[in-house]
Design a protein around this ligand. Sequence first.
Ligand code: ADP
Ligand code: GLC
Length: 486
Amino acid sequence: MTIRALHVASELYPLLKTGGLADVAGALPPALIERGADVRALLPGFPAVLAGLTDLHPVAQLGRRFDTPGVTVERGTLPSNGLVVYVIRAESLYNRPGNPYLNDEHVPYGDNAQRFALLGWVAAQLAQQLDPAWSAQIVHAHDWHAGLAPAYLKAAERQHGRPVARSVFTVHNLAYQGVFPAHQFGQLGLPDDFFNISGIEFYGQLSFLKAGLFYSDRITTVSPTYAREIQTLSQGGGLDGLLRHRSHDLSGILNGVDYAVWNPTDDALLDTHYSATRLAGKSACKEALQKRFGLAQKSDALLFGVVSRLTEQKGLDLLLGGVPEIIRHGGQLVVFGTGDPALENGLKRVAQSHPESVAVELGFDETLAHTIVAGSDVIAVPSRFEPCGLTQLYALAYGSLPLVHCVGGLADTVADASLENLADDLATGFVFERFEPKGLAAAIRRAFALYDRRTEWKATQRRAMRQDFGWGASAERYLALYRELI
Ligand code: ADP
Ligand code: GLC
């Protein structure tokens, strides 16, 4: 039997992306389809989403919903792979260019509760014949933006007296909880008793993330280690109790890499290509990167790269403290990202003090991200916490050894270049245990020490590049979960 699953998310690569969620929403549906499932996606009709789809045509006119007139649901196609995508057209809620969550002042939009409640509500309707031609058996909701979908499904189940569709809720980041004032509950159209500690209520407010965790039939998160971490008091963001209570329904399924997009042998965004057996092209990528960022053109300077959202999570404040260690050993650092203005300014200041060896650029650009991942010797991901992390997986594929904090998905995917791991042919990068300057500095020194032994460095690069983090195994696990549910 073919399983019909609807993936509900707020971003999807290549239509719209602010982080790894888009990469997953873009790559997992095709991986499931390849394995025989009938998968479609639902997105809010942000300008970039509507512009990127072809064959858009109306499926349902919903009229006034969540205080918004003229809401329609349309169905279109993603040209790159033919994925069928439903979009919600609601001019006053979604027709805003730029960041889908924040205004120009980096403040969440005041009407985010309505904007994302509508997303969850339409998802539940797509399991109830909203499109007469297709109806979801599984609604797979991603992060708080889609967190109300399982709640609306449970409400419909109560109304009809039978299950409507089964739901899976995937936590990509427990730190974003979609919390809104309690008085907004009335606008959601959910049964009154859903505003409850056993429900959507969260310390006197309401949380879309908690709704997803509470009302979904299964919960997944994006790495096995993060699945354990979020059940602890220190890393559970106030939801550890609920997560422990539901631990039998909770599993960690590692994200994958879309090697059609991230592959140094034929990366469409690179001028020079290379592979594990022909590494020469990587030197050309490094040279190009040093040139692009105005760094000294030294082929043997160990080059550290960072491509990241600039938020507290990513631990770049710790990395800044490690800059003297990098410079002392003759290394270089390139940072590219966007986010928190205070972090942006701090990074800029460090670059100004070391123009030959540190370069910082602010912005979001897919080509530059690939340029840095390919041209760096080391990709640093010193995150305080990291649900999965994709950057270190891309770094492995490009032979750019990841330097990571031992948390979440970083702990599950990178093996430290310790003597014993090197001896056993296991090392793929540099891992520090404690989020402290000393641990980071030691990992940086390990990177320089290995770089001094060029043969071992190359062997480690090749091993990193041979790791298989393709979507296959993870897609199989999601499918197994769907099968269990229906
Ligand atoms: P997160 O989702 O927490 O941001 P991930 O490592 O899972 O972390 O995914 C980050 C994704 O966003 C990667 O695809 C990375 O290349 C991309 N990315 C981050 N910052 C930028 C940027 N400034 N420009 C382009 N891509 C970026
Ligand atoms: C989140 C997490 C990141 C994860 C991504 C995709 O943004 O911060 O660790 O890789 O989602 O699941």
